[in-house]
Design a protein around this ligand. Structure first.
Ligand code: 13P
Length: 250
C-alpha cells in the first residue's frame, strides 16, 4: 500500500543567520498561509536564534527546530544543548545525525540513536539524517550503508509524529548535484521497506530528501514515490527560494 503522509519541507540553516535574519523568517511566515494547507513547514535556525524564532512562529503554521542535541537531559557537558532545552525554547523538533555532525564531530550511529531517543523523551520530533558518501555510491554500497545507519540509529519506537527520516546523500549536499529521480525512488523505497518491516507505523513515517534542493528541481524530486518532503540547506536561507520549494506541493 502506497503511503502518503502529509509532506514536510524543513530548512536547515546550518551555521548561518544573525538577528538580522529575522526578516527572512517573517517573510516565510507571511508566505506560509496558502502553502501550509498542504505542507508542514519548518525552519531550523542556529541555536542562538532558536528561542526568538520559536516565539515569532508561535501560533503560525511554521514549525521551528534545532540542528542537534545532547543525549542527556542535563549535566556537565560544556557547550551542549539538551533536547529538553530545545523544547523549553518553544521549538518542536531537532535534526539528529546530520552528515556534517557525523563527519565533523565523529558522531556514530549509536550516538545518533541516543540523540533520537532524547528527542522522543523531550517530546520533540527527531529528523534523523542518513546518507552515503560518493565513494560508497561508486562502490555500489549505498543501500548497505543506509541499512547500517538505519539499524544503528533509529530509536526504539517508530512514532510517525515523533520521527522523520531524511535521506541526504553526502555528495549531493551543497554541491548542486542531485541523484536522478530513479535513484531517489530506489533509496526511498528501500527506507520505506526497512521502516515498515520494523513496525507497521513505518508506513506513516515521513521520509525527506535532502541535498541541493532548489525551486527549479523541487517538483521533480518531491514527486518521487515515498518522498514526503525535503530537508533544504542553502536554499532555505532565502524566504522566496524556501517558499518556492514548498510550493512544489501546490
Ligand atoms: P543543501 O540544500 O545546501 O545541499 O544542504 C542540504 C542539507 O544538508 C540539509 O540538511
Amino acid at each position: 500500500m502506497a503511503s502518503t503522509p502529509r509532506p514536510l519541507v524543513a530548512g536547515n540553516w546550518k551555521m548561518n543567520g544573525l538577528s538580522a535574519s529575522q526578516g527572512e523568517l517573517d517573510a516565510i511566515i507571511a508566505g506560509a498561509t496558502g502553502i501550509a494547507a498542504r505542507t508542514d513547514l519548518m525552519i531550523c535556525p542556529p541555536t542562538t536564534l532558536l528561542a526568538r524564532f520559536a516565539a515569532s512562529a508561535k501560533g503560525t503554521p511554521v514549525l521551528v527546530g534545532a540542528q542537534d542535541c545532547h543525549a542527556e537531559a542535563s549535566g556537565a557537558f560544556t557547550g551542549d544543548i539538551a533536547a529538553e532545552m530545545i523544547a523549553d525554547c518553544g521549538a518542536q523538533a531537532v535534526i539528529v545525525g546530520h552528515s556534517e555532525r557525523r563527519t565533523c564531530h565523529q558522531e556514530t550511529d549509536e550516538a545518533v540513536r541516543a540523540k533520537a531517543m532524547a528527542a522522543a523523551r523531550a517530546g520533540l520530533t527527531a529528523i534523523l539524517c542518513i546518507g552515503e558518501t560518493k565513494q560508497e555510491r561508486d562502490a555500489g554500497a549505498t543501500l548497505s550503508r543506509l541499512e547500517r545507519q538505519l539499524g544503528g540509529s533509529l530509536p526504539d519506537r517508530l512514532d510517525p509524529k515523533g520521527l522523520v527520516v531524511a535521506y541526504e546523500p553526502v555528495w549531493a549536499i551543497g554541491t548542486g548535484i542531485t541523484p536522478g529521480p530513479a535513484d531517489v525512488e530506489e533509496v526511498h523505497a528501500f527506507i520505506r521497506q526497512f521502516l515498515t518491516k520494523r513496525d507497521t507505523a513505518g508506513a506513516d513515517i515521513r521520509i525527506l530528501y535532502g541535498g541541493s534542493v532548489k525551486p527549479s528541481n523541487a517538483r521533480e524530486l518531491l514527486s518521487v514515490p515515498n518522498v514526503n518532503g525535503a530537508l533544504v540547506g542553502g536554499a532555505s536561507l532565502k524566504a522566496t527560494d524556501f517558499l518556492g520549494i514548498a510550493a512544489a506541493y501546490a
